[in-house]
Ligand binder design. Structure first.
Ligand SMILES: Cc1cc2nc3c(=O)[nH]c(=O)nc-3n(C[C@H](O)[C@H](O)[C@H](O)COP(=O)(O)OP(=O)(O)OC[C@H]3O[C@@H](n4cnc5c(N)ncnc54)[C@H](O)[C@@H]3O)c2cc1C
Length: 408
């Protein structure tokens, strides 16, 4: 029977970054289980590719502590490995006086948590991002960058498996623990000493198989994108974002020029009915009823969710999507926007007691096992710094953890 010192379920950016950090600290025989044939099939390969710069997050939150540091670490990694990286910056613009008030509050929050941002006027905005439109001021974030997320996860696979101390078992899913130290996978049983759950959209299912995470339920949100037609890509230099409602975890439809020069517009945050519901009816199963029921409960009990549920699905309609996009830039025509096949799902957790969307990353631990729940945006940006936090926790438990497979 296979034996892993450390078994990690999920080889997305979170699982891979943790494996990398544990290897750096001298651990060996790390096995990652990945249910797909390759990495980057889900959130880690389907995101906006933006390295956020620590602007939006509640002071003291794990997001605030890891985002900017993670951004800098990831930029360093891309430079060192020759991976695509553009530090093209971002502006956040206000489309009304009410939004302008919120923009000023956002600026204060960003400064409080240490983001390198400046408040710029329309003249400065025109120099940085000529097509962007704002009411009065805008926020400029020069540390925001774009990367190719798929290339990064693929490169991490090479890095962490290079000397044989870590392996990835593809097409192998973690099913459930048989007993402490023994896991059932779709390729058979596997013994392990320590376990880390980094299963992305299935983290809650895996945690629940260990008797954890019962205070939360998952609500998937679909992020659809469109794109600028090639002739109009030149109008955008970096990223243009709206002022978000920071009580929700979504940043709003934005323009982002990718490292390949395409300009994506999106993503939406439309309540979805499946963890992998990328197409209209694809990825739906019996769980769809549970997701629908949770949406109904949230709709009746949570005013912020109600706003999302009433506004976001309208963005399936081109006219509504266009209306949102055209608030951010001057002179946008409907013919400037083309469809895009890019789509992602955000596996958002809800606290079932409070009916609130969980805003921060969550970590639950038991008996030396670590479960990472709610690794939502900006978890890609944060991943290297977050992996250090998880590895510190892992180290701190090392002396206390019994070896379940030790015959003594
Ligand atoms: C539309 C969208 C846009 C985003 N934009 C950004 C952005 O610009 N910047 C940013 O920083 N973040 C962004 N994010 C968030 C970011 O992509 C995610 O937070 C991050 O990728 C989560 O990584 P993960 O490793 O937890 O999950 P995943 O990438 O989903 O990886 C989890 C892996 O676990 C595997 N798995 C699941 N269950 C099992 C099992 N039982 N056994 C074995 N394997 C299993 C899955 O196949 C998957 O490969 C965005 C997300 C979305 C959806």
């Amino acid at each position: 029977m296979e034996h892993a010192e450390i078994l990690i379920s999920g080889a997305g950016i979170v699982g891979l970054s943790i494996a990398r950090e544990l290897l750096r600290r001298g651990y060996e025989n790390i096995v990652l289980l990945e249910k797909e044939t390759d990495v980057g099939k889900h959130a880690s390969g389907r995101n906006s590719g933006v390295l956020h710069a620590g602007i939006y997050y509640a002071p003291g939150s794990t997001k605030a502590q890891t985002c900017l540091r993670g951004n800098r670490m990831m930029r360093e990694y891309c430079r060192e490995k020759g991976l695509p990286l553009e530090q093209s910056g971002k502006v956040i613009v206000a489309s009304s006086h009410d939004e302008h008030e919120r923009l000023l509050a956002l600026y204060d929050r960003a400064r409080t948590i240490g983001a390198a941002v400046s408040l710029i006027d329309t003249k400065e905005l025109a120099e940085i991002e000529p097509a962007a439109a704002t009411v009065e001021k805008a926020i400029h974030s020069p540390e925001t960058a774009v990367i190719n997320p798929k290339r990064i996860v693929q490169h991490l696979v090479k890095d962490i498996t290079a000397d044989g101390r870590a392996r990835i078992l593809f097409e192998t899913a973690f099913v459930r623990p048989i007993r402490p130290g023994l896991a059932l996978t779709t390729s058979g049983p596997l013994r392990y000493r320590r376990f880390i759950n980094a299963s992305g959209a299935y983290s809650d299912v895996v945690a629940q198989a260990f008797g954890l995470g019962h205070a939360y339920q998952l609500v998937p949100f679909k992020g659809l994108y469109r794109q600028l037609v090639p002739e109009r890509r030149g109008m955008i230099r970096g990223s243009i974002y709206p002022v978000p409602d920071i009580r929700n975890p979504f940043l709003g439809v934005h323009f982002t020029k990718s490292v390949a020069g395409e300009v994506h517009i999106g993503p939406t945050a439309i309540p979805a009915l499946g963890r992998e519901n990328y197409s209209l009816f694809g990825g739906l199963d019996a769980e769809a009823f549970r997701f629908a029921w949770r949406d109904v409960v949230l709709f009746t009990r949570n005013a912020k969710f109600r706003t999302i549920a009433l506004t976001e699905p309208r963005k399936y309609m081109f006219s509504q999507f266009f209306k949102d996009a055209s608030k951010l830039v001057k002179h946008l025509n409907p013919t400037d926007i083309a469809p895009s096949s890019k789509v992602g799902i955000r596996p958002q957790l809800v606290n079932v007691q409070t009916n609130e969307l969980v805003m921060d990353f969550l970590v639950e631990e038991h008996d030396g096992d670590i479960h990472i729940l709610n690794a939502i945006s900006p978890a890609f940006t944060s991943s290297f710094a977050f992996a250090e936090t998880i590895a510190d926790l892992f180290d701190s438990q090392e002396t206390k953890t019994p070896d379940h497979n030790d015959p003594a």
